[in-house]
Design a protein around this ligand. Structure first.
Ligand code: F6P
Length: 326
């Protein structure tokens, strides 16, 4: 029989994602409704390491549901890979009397939570917050849908100018290790080519297809390239295509994808999972990710959610795109 938690800690960690604030709002308000105290740590685990925190009340999260970024700030904390850092974090949490820590973040942040469990006995609950959508234990991560819309807007704009000049454009989108953003942006934007880390890069085949597009009188060609699609990234892809005699233009979208007001689906997902995670904490859950599988909120063991290759994008969409792009 577990005792009911009294004091929750919450932090946002790793690459920020639109909807983190909406999630924080849901967590704080649900917790306060259930008479829990809430401590918000500044800049992810760094706030835990440095004892940098603030008490949050229902008014602390007023007017943030629509705001991008995170009012708590975020950071990457390499200290969480080392026993000294983990002991330090555990000591802050013990000192503050935190019973449960809710971590909103991606892969690295969940790994930090798992490692912390060896040094701290409190409850640890993860919430999927990353634009990359590359976490297991959930179909969708908070921030993915907004990043997609941003990237899609870029494709539409590039298509206008590409069509006007009969050009080949390369658009690099985020995704160091995952092709979710590139794949969905490419399909949604009608891109001719989509390059993702999950699919081996074949420069000769790519150039051959570009030649065919030209032969079929396509005015413009858009190639969406995930950051981690190949060694050398988008610059290498451009060089390869140019090596076959085609002129290209490149646009690197970068951190623009991380900002902006969350779209409806991200706000909804963030709010639902925030409420769900607090309810799970009240029921004694620990070392789980509060995720959305199908239409259902589910608690998945963190270790399982982090298992390699668990959440690959549907690469069959690349085959479909072959005939959509004719
Ligand atoms: O948020 C995830 C992510 O956007 C990756 O796709 C990207 O490679 C990385 O973060 C870059 O983040 P930073 O510049 O903050 O290290």
């Amino acid at each position: 029989m577990t005792t009911r938690p009294h004091r929750l800690g919450v932090l946002t960690s790793g690459g920020d994602a639109p909807g983190m604030n909406a999630c924080l709002r849901a967590i704080v308000r649900t917790a306060i409704y259930h008479n829990l105290e809430v401590i918000g740590f500044q800049r992810g685990y760094r706030g835990v390491l440095l004892g940098d925190y603030q008490a949050l009340d229902a008014r602390s999260v007023t007017n943030i549901i629509q705001r991008g970024g995170t009012i708590l700030g975020s950071a990457r904390a390499p200290e969480m890979h080392h026993p000294e850092g983990l002991k330090q974090a555990a000591s802050t949490l013990k000192g503050l009397g935190i019973d449960a820590l809710l971590v909103i973040g991606g892969n690295g942040s969940m790994q930090g939570a798992l490692a912390l469990a060896d040094y701290w006995q409190g409850q640890l609950i993860g919430l999927p917050g990353t634009i990359d959508n590359d976490l297991g234990g959930t179909d969708w991560t908070i921030g993915f849908f907004t990043a997609l819309d941003t990237a899609l807007d870029a494709v539409d704009r590039l298509r206008d100018t590409a069509d006007a000049f009969d050009r080949i454009f390369l658009l690099e989108v985020m995704g160091r290790h995952a092709g979710w953003i590139a794949l969905f942006t490419g399909i949604g934007g009608g891109a001719e080519e989509i390059l993702i880390p999950e699919q081996p890069y074949d420069s000769a085949a790519l150039s051959a297809r570009i030649k065919e597009y030209r032969a079929r009188n396509k005015r413009s060609v858009i190639v969406v390239v995930a950051e981690g699609a190949c060694d050398g990234g988008v610059a290498q892809v451009a060089a390869d295509i140019e090596g076959h005699g085609f002129e290209t233009r490149t646009c690197v979208l970068g951190h623009i994808q991380r900002g902006g007001s969350p779209v409806a689906l991200d706000r909804y997902l963030a709010t639902e999972l925030g409420v769900f995670a607090v309810q799970a904490a009240l029921e004694g859950a620990t070392l789980v990710l509060a995720g959305k599988l199908g239409q259902t909120n589910q608690l998945v063991p963190l270790r399982e959610a982090l298992a390699d290759g668990k959440h690959r994008p549907p690469t069959q969409l690349l085959e479909i795109n072959r005939f959509l792009a004719i």
